[in-house]
Design a protein around this ligand. Structure first.
Ligand code: SF4
Length: 265
């Protein structure tokens, strides 16, 4: 099943529709993605798209182009990190909802600003609130193992939450708190531009993907956020309490791996 968010409103008469990307822009984006894949050690068969039309590329072409793209990847990574850092500073002073009053630290998000895969959880717990980083307790260690099982490392993905401040007593965030905080996540996604999103648990399934069911029914199905494929699965904290759910969760992660072109053994 493909569930989609509500269709965006029609642009107002004043708004010009976005111009389609030029061939050169598309080529730059493909080259950028290829270099990201190469630096992360991910193999995706797009190399033929780098060749210039009408002539065979030579070894020196590839070297020149590789150096040029490598430089642009580093610059792009720096640019995105600067945007995220700026937003992180804004979030650390945020008082948009009552959750600010109980926090020790805001928990903005962590990972590669050029990550192809974004994990979205619910909100910080006790350990995260103290350390300022998402998924660092027991559930975080399980998420790390899940990422490793996919053949990746934590530093190669990005991890964020629906709300950036800890709800008291680890309760679920309330709808007004989610509404207040969600624009930050939307901006993070715009900056990172992941190729796939994997949501963890019911809260991000509903808040980000607009589902009305719970995670048990929706897990493993294909959703989209702004056109980006999204696969919901169980929250690692739930998996710690329900070992039987690990098998279906692994099947969900394999779907994510399929979108990324990662080998599935
Ligand atoms: Fe601001 Fe989000 Fe924290 Fe609420 S949870 S105070 S909206 S950063």
């Amino acid at each position: 099943m493909i569930a989609r968010n509500p269709a965006p409103e029609e642009p107002s008469p004043e708004q010009e529709p976005a111009a389609p990307p030029t061939a050169a822009a598309l080529a730059r984006e493909i080259a950028f993605r290829l270099e990201v894949n190469r630096q992360l050690g991910w193999s995706v068969p797009l190399a033929s798209e780098l060749r210039r039309p009408g002539r065979r590329s030579t070894g020196s072409d590839r070297t020149d182009q590789g150096a040029e793209v490598s430089g642009s990847v580093a610059a792009e990574r720096e640019r995105r990190q600067a945007l995220l850092d700026e937003m992180d500073r804004e979030v650390s002073a945020c008082t948009r909802c009552p959750l600010h009053s109980g926090r020790t630290r805001t928990v903005f998000g962590v990972g590669d600003p050029c990550a192809r895969l974004l994990f979205v959880g619910e909100g910080p717990g006790y350990d995260e609130d103290r350390q300022g980083e998402p998924f660092v307790g027991k559930a975080g260690r399980l998420l790390d193992r899940m990422i490793l099982a996919m053949g990746l490392e934590r530093s190669a993905v990005y991890i964020a939450n629906i709300v950036k401040c800890r709800p008291p007593g680890n309760r679920n965030p309330e709808p007004p708190e989610i509404r207040a905080c969600l624009p930050y996540l939307h901006r993070q996604i715009e900056i990172i531009r992941p190729e796939v999103i994997c949501t963890l648990g019911t809260t991000p399934l509903r808040a980000l993907l607009g589902a009305s069911t719970g995670i048990t029914r929706a897990r493993g199905q294909l959703f989209r956020h702004e056109g980006i494929p999204a696969v919901p699965t169980f929250h690692p904290a739930y998996l710690l309490r329900n070992a039987a759910a690990k098998r279906p969760a692994w099947a969900d992660l394999q779907k994510v791996m399929g979108f990324l072109g990662l080998p599935i053994s």
